[in-house]
Design a binder for this molecule. Structure first.
Ligand SMILES: Nc1ncnc2c1ncn2[C@@H]1O[C@H](COP(=O)(O)OP(=O)(O)OP(=O)(O)O)[C@@H](O)[C@H]1O
Length: 233
């Protein structure tokens, strides 16, 4: 398995506020990696810096042979990386099917609309409903679904289960497992490590803008006590 995303010495700032302090991490092709950490340690900022939303940054980010430090935000998807933000960004006045068709296809090999509706049957049922009418879970699924059409090979997901009912969380987990089987590479920010343990191959623990430890899913159970303490959950 080759490395798809490689990040070394990444620093990032919001104005004068220094948020990332030398992030080192990598994600292999086809791997699912989860970043754990308390609120405010820089998990979201890591994702936003990778795609170039945060532009005040130093260090190296290499993705599929691209130097992401040189890639503007609007070109990030063209390198094959898709970001699903926590706020989801569903267009309220557009229907589900219109939202689905909005992002441009950037590479071959993306899912067809039929395949997407097969993966998300509830979106098919709601295809003519407007964005405002969707539940939080449906919005999350739509935010993920519309990126699958574009042909990206890596998904960055920011807390996809936040605020969702357990049955919906389970469904999102099933979808991510299927995507993984199709070879999708996934980087997930998640507070819910029980959910993450169903799909992640490996974890990074983040604190104060750095990755402070890294371990495979097999070591998760043995680290639960420490994680509970560090994460305060
Ligand atoms: N747009 C912004 N402008 C200024 N500071 C910000 C901005 N966004 C985040 N921060 C600050 O940067 C730090 C890291 O935030 P970040 O959102 O990356 O943390 P996080 O680990 O993802 O936590 P959360 O789960 O709360 O989002 C925090 O101190 C936060 O207050």
């Amino acid at each position: 398995m080759g490395t798809l995303l490689d990040i070394r010495g990444l620093n990032a700032w919001y104005g004068e506020s220094h948020v990332l302090h030398g992030v080192d991490m990598d994600v292999g092709e086809g791997e699912t990696v989860t970043i754990l950490g308390r609120n405010g340690v820089g998990k979201t900022t890591t994702l936003r810096t990778i795609v170039g939303i945060v532009r005040s940054r130093k260090g190296t980010i290499s993705f599929a042979g691209n130097n992401m430090m040189q890639v503007p935000l609007h070109k990030a998807a063209h390198t094959g990386i898709g970001f699903v933000p926590e706020e989801r960004g569903i267009f309220a006045t557009l229907t589900v099917s219109e939202n689905l068709l909005l992002p441009p296809v950037v590479a071959q090999g993306g899912m067809s609309v039929d395949e997407i509706y097969e993966l998300f049957p509830n979106l098919y049922e709601r295809r003519n409903s407007s964005g405002t009418k969707l539940s939080g879970g449906e919005q999350q699924m739509l935010a993920m679904a519309r990126i699958l059409r574009t042909g990206v090979k890596m998904l960055l997901l920011d807390e996809p289960t936040e605020g969702l009912a357990p049955v919906i969380v389970q469904r999102i987990g099933d979808v991510l497992k299927k995507l993984k089987q199709r070879g999708m590479t996934i980087l997930l920010v998640e507070q819910n490590f029980r959910f993450a343990s169903r799909i992640a191959d490996r974890f990074y623990l983040m604190d104060h803008g750095q990755m402070v430890s890294e371990f495979p899913v097999g070591e998760l159970a043995g680290r639960m006590d420490t994680l509970h303490k560090v994460l305060g959950v």
